[in-house]
Design a protein around this ligand. Structure first.
Ligand code: ACO
Length: 385
């Protein structure tokens, strides 16, 4: 940790926050029009009632959330030193998503990097940016958690299709001598379990920008993910608190990764926190992967659940199987300094119409590509020379 001239350590306070949820809603009942499922099964197994489906590329959603976070912080884009985008299913791999964010914002002085640790990407990004501020490499940073699984989703696979939604949240960090921002964290990964959450064929440019949705396959061992998620999030929470000599009773609000209401309940029970001090919005948005924690943080602020000086606990897990928890000290300000005029283009379709378009596109692509895929499979089956 670097120190100011007066000898005080530098911290990375959270001074801005913003979210962007695309407007089109897909309800559990909508799924029942094309999958063998129903509202009761989805709601009782996951807590989810509806989720958002984006009508625009992820980069545009990020732009809106980022502009709102900057306005909230009272900062202009060219003041930014660093942009970290945490995402698994970005529009592109190369060039990366964060360079697109820099361009859209006009943040020409910012260094950029993408972080992909699946659903924990925002929190791993928060650690990265905090460390770069503490060590004096940068003075501020925009940290984004963003995900748009819908273009890559296998909509015919009820095991996974019902679980996810699109959205983005962002925060702005600034060097501060006050002890704010991340106080402690524990990052980890069960690499031996990486195959239990396996997504293939993603990371191509968004379907409307030249390359069709294409092949993607989603393979989840839901029950094993559930078990590992609960163990990892619990362990990380207790270890992160322990690093600062804190107990669960010191936590004012837990804002966990929103993958499943039952996972959140199980973690809450194991760490011993009162359910009234746990923030949940999974019913509205489903699992937005890297976006769940920052969106939930923004909504907790909007609902007045984050008080000045509050101690927050942010546990999460994701593919890999990564897991982590962050203890965050909030500052004095819980309201935005300003608002942004950046907004999404209007959407004239329902969530179901958007999904049916994606399903039709995917079916056409599969039909056209089937002979080539078959040929490739034959080649792959041949023993290596
Ligand atoms: N509607 C109806 N039935 C379904 C659906 C659906 N949408 N999806 C699966 N089923 C069926 C399965 O086919 C299976 O049927 P079978 O028993 O006849 O084979 C049965 O339901 C499975 O039931 P359960 O095993 O009791 O389901 P469970 O209670 O484990 O819930 C769930 C499944 C929600 C996936 C749960 O295991 C879970 O939340 N797992 C972890 C979370 C997860 O995998 N999230 C993915 C994101 S990963 C991340 O956030 C990093």
């Amino acid at each position: 940790m670097t120190h100011r001239d007066d000898g005080r350590p530098v911290h990375a306070a959270i001074v801005g926050w913003g979210k962007c949820l695309p407007p089109a809603v897909l309800t559990n009942r909508d799924f029942a029009t094309f999958l063998e499922t129903d509202d009761e099964w989805i709601a009782s197994r996951t807590g989810m009632r509806e989720r958002r489906i984006s009508h625009v590329p992820l980069g545009e959603i990020i732009h809106v959330a980022a502009a709102r976070a900057l306005a909230c912080a009272g900062m202009s884009a060219d003041e930014l030193d660093l942009i970290v985008v945490g995402s698994t299913l970005g529009d592109e791999v190369c060039p990366n998503v964060s360079s697109g964010t820099q361009k859209r914002l006009g943040a020409r002085n910012a260094a950029v990097m993408d972080v992909n640790t699946a659903c924990t990407s925002f929190l791993y990004g928060l650690s990265t940016a905090t460390a770069l501020i503490r060590t004096g490499v940068v003075k501020n940073a925009l940290v984004v958690g963003a995900e748009a699984p819908s273009p890559f989703m296998d909509w015919e696979n009820r095991n996974v299709a019902v679980l996810f939604g699109d959205g983005c949240g962002a925060v702005v960090l600034k060097a501060s001598t006050k002890e704010e921002g991340v106080l402690a964290e524990r990052l980890g990964c069960y690499g031996e379990s990486r195959s239990i959450l396996d997504i293939r064929g993603v990371g191509a440019r968004y379907a409307n920008q030249g390359i069709p949705g294409g092949y993607s396959s989603w393979s989840f061992d839901g029950q094993e993910i559930f078990r590992k998620a609960v163990i990892g999030m619990t362990q990380a929470s207790l270890e992160a608190l322990g690093k600062r000599g804190l107990a669960i009773g010191d936590v004012d609000l837990m804002i966990p990764h929103q993958a499943n209401q039952r996972i959140i309940d199980a973690v809450g029970k194991r760490v011993g926190i009162d359910p009234g001090r746990v923030f949940v919005n999974v019913q509205k948005y489903g699992n937005m992967s890297a976006a769940t924690v920052p969106v939930a943080l923004v909504e907790a602020l909007e609902e007045g659940r984050v008080k000045p000086g509050a101690t927050l606990l942010l546990p999460a897990f994701g593919g890999g199987l990564t897991w982590c928890a962050h203890v965050v000290r909030w500052g004095e300000r819980t309201t935005p300094l300003g608002t942004s005029s950046v907004s999404l283009s209007p959407c004239d379709r329902t969530g179901l119409e958007l999904v049916n378009d994606l399903r039709a596109r995917r079916a056409r692509y599969h039909q056209a590509a089937a002979p080539f895929i078959e040929a490739a499979r034959h080649l792959l089956d041949e023993p290596a020379a």
